[in-house]
Design a protein around this ligand. Structure first.
Ligand code: DAH
Length: 340
């Protein structure tokens, strides 16, 4: 019994001397660990002579409860003290503004594309996506350009190490894919996407750029439909008062072929530079789908006709925002991108 009394006094005194959490925890292990003194004292109950066992057991248990309560109190007090100390040492100003979350934005090229999609969507066009890696056959031959056709000179091509596999030079090969999928049904789609050309990079030409191709196939589709569609498109994008000018041109996959210009507002200080003094600015190539191309897509030119057009949305964006260097589009300069 006297051992128990000494144990309690010693334990209480040591507990009172603990100045921080680690020493408190060490104290706890010393007395309450697996081989701790309090547990050892409790285990000893069995060995105490019978007549003293009850008193000894009650006293041992009382000491265990008392020391446990004292420990918990001391630990809680120590935690509170540590918290107060840290609050005074490192005051936290909860009124400071948080770190601002950087807000992203859509790339100007994406913004233009979405505007184009929405204008054509209003006219019943669907977006049809096709591959950027093409074969020579679809990029050229099926569009009425056999291997030695001089028109191929219009497109400087990136070749892969696999013969006949190239990066598409324009979105026009998509016409073949969509026709072969939908034939003999009518078609009204735009084919947007990236194109690649092996060219010297300058302020006016890049090796990669987007195009938006359009294709309409059906019975009795005429040049009047083409003119109406692109006039409506150009006026939605550039302003209702825009005038369009249609010039005759040449593309192997359309017959007849045209190029479309819009008038540029004379009030715009850039008008002279943009239009080289003519007042007109080219926005797209177009035409009636060539019978050979229709046939390659599976359509009988005696029953079906169609029109197609192709334009460069980067060029259009440059016009609308007076951007003077096409390299800005993929240069990833935030000072440029943040302006839109
Ligand atoms: N594929 C032509 C180019 O990249 C653009 C083009 C012109 C597409 C006339 C057409 C078209 O569909 O009818 O230069």
């Amino acid at each position: 019994m006297s051992d128990l009394a000494t144990l309690e006094q010693r334990a209480q005194a040591e507990l009172a001397a603990c100045a921080d959490e680690p020493t408190l925890r060490a104290w706890h292990t010393k007395y309450f660990g697996k081989t701790g003194e309090v547990l050892t004292a409790l285990k000893a109950i069995g060995g105490v002579p019978h007549e003293q066992r009850k008193t000894y057991g009650q006293e041992a248990n009382r000491i265990k409860e008392a020391l446990t309560a004292a420990y918990e109190k001391a630990l809680a007090a120590e935690k509170e003290r540590a918290l107060q100390a840290s609050l005074t040492a490192n005051p936290l100003d909860v009124t400071l503004p948080g770190r601002p979350v950087q807000r992203g934005r859509l790339h100007i090229a994406t913004q233009t594309m979405r505007q184009v999609y929405s204008i054509f969507a209003d006219m019943g066009f669907q977006v049809y996506r096709t591959r950027e890696v093409e074969d020579d056959h679809t990029n050229f031959e099926l569009l009425n350009m056999p291997p030695h056709h001089p028109a191929r000179d219009m497109w400087d091509t990136f070749h892969t190490t696999v013969p006949g596999v190239i990066l598409r030079t324009h979105t026009s090969p998509g016409q073949i894919h969509v026709m072969r999928e939908f034939c003999p049904n009518p078609i009204r789609v735009i084919l947007p996407g990236m194109c690649y050309r092996y060219e010297a990079i300058t302020t006016r030409s890049e090796i990669q750029f987007q195009q938006v191709e359009g294709l309409v196939i059906g019975q009795h589709v005429t040049m009047a439909d083409l003119k109406g569609t692109i006039t409506a498109f150009a006026r939605r994008l550039f302003g209702q008062e825009r005038q369009l000018r249609i010039r005759s041109s040449y593309f192997p996959f359309t017959e007849p072929s045209i190029e479309v210009d819009i008038d540029w507002p004379k009030e715009d200080p850039n008008a002279d530079r943009l239009t080289k003094g003519t007042g007109w600015l080219e926005i797209m190539g177009a035409g009636m789908v060539h019978p050979v191309v229709l046939r390659n897509g599976g359509y009988d030119p005696a029953k079906f006709s169609g029109f197609a057009f192709g334009m460069g949305p980067q060029r259009i964006t440059m016009l609308r925002h007076a951007i003077d260097d096409i390299r800005q589009f993929w240069g990833n300069d935030l000072r440029f991108l943040r302006q839109f």
